[in-house]
Design a protein around this ligand. Sequence first.
Ligand code: SF4
Length: 329
Amino acid sequence: MMSKGRIFSGMRPTGRLHIGHLSVLENWVLLQKDYDCVYGIVDWHALTTAYENPEEIRYNTREMLLDWLSAGLDPEKSIIMVQSHVKQHAELHLLLSMMTPLSWLERVPTYKDQIQQLGKEGKDLSTYGFLGYPLLMTADILVYKADTVPVGEDQLPHLELSREIARRFNYMYKKEIFPEPQAKLSKIPLLPGVDKRKMSKSYNNDIPIASNKEEIEAKVRMMVTDPGRVKKDDPGNPEVCVVYTYHKIYNPSEVEEIGQSCRQGTIGCVACKKNLSRILIKNLEPIWEKREYYAQRPQLLEEILATGNKKASQLAEKTMEEVREVLGV
Ligand code: SF4
């Protein structure tokens, strides 16, 4: 029997997850069937941008675990781990840093952009850690010899760097230790925030996974509709409306009819939003139930992470034994 491919993917515990992340998690759940998956809560990565305010990282790590489990990640099928508990990530990061040309890191397209962008928010990212961020990502992947990484288009340059580093290492030390990880591009629908900007906790335009009926209703009421519609029976343009974008994703069986009624002015925005709230709540209720189940069982959460961290360490240690051997340390 052919062995399954191995996947590594992670998320930074920098704040509450929103329903846009749910599509990523649903993809991860599907991948559990065909791959051996390692899913990491990458808390060291969170520190690269939140080093001045680390207080919330532990809290966010627990919340993230709850979101992951409630979205259907199965600790029986996948390894669920916390990066800082598997020290081999750091060891490999250090060893790879010896042979990684500085220019490779400096030319990662997001590097300068992010320094500028986050600089405007008052974060000083001219740090050694931030420059090395894609290298730590590379170590996260290579330490498990993951051959597949689910990515969005924007992360392709990071993965290309990981592939180059794997190649360089194998070539330099004349041993095929690391597979070159392949991208598995996934089409994740892009959900706008309620105000039509990118969904983000910092804009307070997000719909968190961990919410409740009242919060969903309030957030949907805030959604930006067609500004050209003043009266309930004015003909509208659904294509400019956030509510409609959500109907497209969550309510495919009714979306055409809603679009038509909107254009003809036979449906009011209040009713249209109520319908969307109902559907979102129906989708989220099973997730909330599961979340509550796990939230009530802190012991179980600890066991899940302890088991995941142990399995991850064993895999990572095997790789590191080979790496230390070729490097003579
Ligand atoms: Fe948007 Fe619905 Fe109002 Fe049309 S009727 S503008 S789709 S909320």
